[in-house]
Write a protein that binds this ligand. Structure first.
Ligand SMILES: Cc1cc2nc3c(=O)[nH]c(=O)nc-3n(C[C@H](O)[C@H](O)[C@H](O)COP(=O)(O)OP(=O)(O)OC[C@H]3O[C@@H](n4cnc5c(N)ncnc54)[C@H](O)[C@@H]3O)c2cc1C
Length: 393
């Protein structure tokens, strides 16, 4: 049976996240956009409620598989940059959870978990100047030296780069092995050889910190390799590839952030179109504007259905035979881009002004077509999955 009704628990989480977004995030969204700062106090406040990677496990732990997407949509409705900052340790946590041994999980997950009093951050360091879409081309090396590894290389555009307490770093131990040569390591803040690279100034999501991270003869104990070492020298756990496969299951949440921005823009444009009068009547009475809003409403709802379906599949361990995780991310971010641009059009000249949040939402939406795999790469993944489907009967 298909049901679109949320459970009591899901509805409660949705309301809590919405209230948090409305009272705590929206009022300061413009400030953080203009000042490009990390919202440490808000990360603490959010952790106290249970949002983000938290010391207690948080509201997202053990809940329904829809909950992370529901929370992402609501917080991002408030401000995508702040929402990303609140959950910025999520990717590092997912990588640790996917690759680490039990002991490593116990040791490192608390190191990137915030609470009401303190902020602890994780960063997931995968991309490089010459390895963006082409992740397998990672040049950062990890070389075994006695009981240590020495890491050398540069990571590019890393969320929380340099401000993180723990960096999860993907490096190659053997370039001739491609994917199989990749391993993941933890590098704690303050490790000699962990050096600060460029901190980037961005078009949007400015409350989320982005920087390059340089590893210069960076020496770490061998036990910081996630998953440990097998007898044959490879990774004992699922390895780096295992972590990357797991991240495919987190794609619906990326779509949910984009969904939150699109919804915010649609709602704002709808309210405006009802009260703005030209030619003696509200502009929504013009079919050109009314139909635009109808298309926006349909697009937002369609994106939510794709996000929820993919989130449900991930939770129920239903395989993504058509790359449904990629579909959700790609569709929702394309939707957010179009809906935010259309919202500017509905507001006319006002939409172009920074007095309204709509121009910011356009800038925020753009990143969701780029990071966590560009939408071209998502289409590549989807088309390959479709190609592999068996013939229909
Ligand atoms: C704000 C921000 C935060 C980020 N956070 C992180 C992070 O925390 N950790 C991390 O590891 N990375 C992070 N990234 C990196 C992000 O994942 C990459 O930017 C992204 O994967 C694209 O890589 P690229 O920028 O090198 O673009 P490129 O790979 O150079 O792509 C350029 C263009 O070519 C297209 N293209 C490339 N190859 C193909 C192909 N085969 N077929 C069709 N089109 C293709 C792309 O779609 C794109 O349009 C972040 C990036 C940004 C901007």
């Amino acid at each position: 049976m298909v049901s679109f009704a949320l459970s009591d628990e899901e509805r409660l989480v949705q309301q809590t996240a919405h209230e948090f977004a409305k009272k705590e995030i929206r009022p300061v969204a413009q400030y953080f956009d203009e000042h490009e700062e990390t919202p440490y106090d808000l990360i603490k406040k959010a952790a106290a409620v249970g949002f983000g990677v938290t010391a207690e496990g948080g509201i997202l732990d053990g809940s329904s598989s829809l909950v992370p997407s529901i929370v992402a949509e609501e917080l991002s409705w408030g401000c995508a940059g702040i929402a990303l900052a609140i959950n910025s340790s999520g990717l590092a946590a997912a990588a640790i959870a996917a690759t680490a041994s039990e002991d490593q999980r116990e040791r490192w997950l608390p190191e990137i978990a915030s609470d009401g009093d303190s902020v602890k951050l994780g960063a997931m360091c995968l991309s490089e100047p010459d390895a963006g879409s082409d992740v397998a081309n990672i040049q950062t090396t990890a070389t075994r030296d006695g009981d240590d590894y020495i890491i050398n290389g540069e990571k590019q555009f890393i969320t929380n780069g340099n401000i993180a307490d723990v960096h999860v770093v993907f490096a190659t131990e053997d370039r001739t092995k491609g994917w199989a040569g990749l391993s993941a390591f933890v590098v704690p803040r303050g490790t000699p050889g962990l050096e600060e690279g460029t901190t980037w100034k961005k078009m949007g999501i400015r409350a989320s910190h982005t920087a390059n991270v340089v590893f210069n003869e960076c020496r770490i104990p061998a036990e910081y390799k996630l998953g440990g070492q097998s007898k044959s020298g490879g990774s004992a756990g699922p390895g780096a590839m295992g972590a990357l496969m797991t991240l495919e299951r987190t794609r619906p949440v990326v779509g949910a952030y984009a969904l939150g921005i699109g919804r915010a823009a649609y709602e704002y444009a709808l309210d405006y179109a009802k009260q703005r009068v030209q030619f003696g009547r509200p502009i929504i009475k013009n079919q050109a504007i009314g139909f635009m809003l109808a298309d926006m409403a349909m697009a937002v709802d369609s994106a939510r259905m794709m996000v929820w379906r993919a989130a449900w599949m991930a939770g129920a361990n239903v395989p993504y035979l058509q790359a449904e995780g990629s579909m959700a991310k790609c569709f929702a971010s394309d939707m957010a881009m179009k809906v935010t641009v259309d919202a500017v059009q509905v507001l006319g000249g006002q939409g172009y002004m920074r007095e309204h949040p709509v121009e910011k939402w356009v800038r925020d939406a753009k990143i969701f077509q780029i990071f966590e795999g560009t939408n071209q790469i998502q289409r590549l993944v989807i088309s390959r999955a479709l190609e592999a489907l068996p013939p229909r009967g």
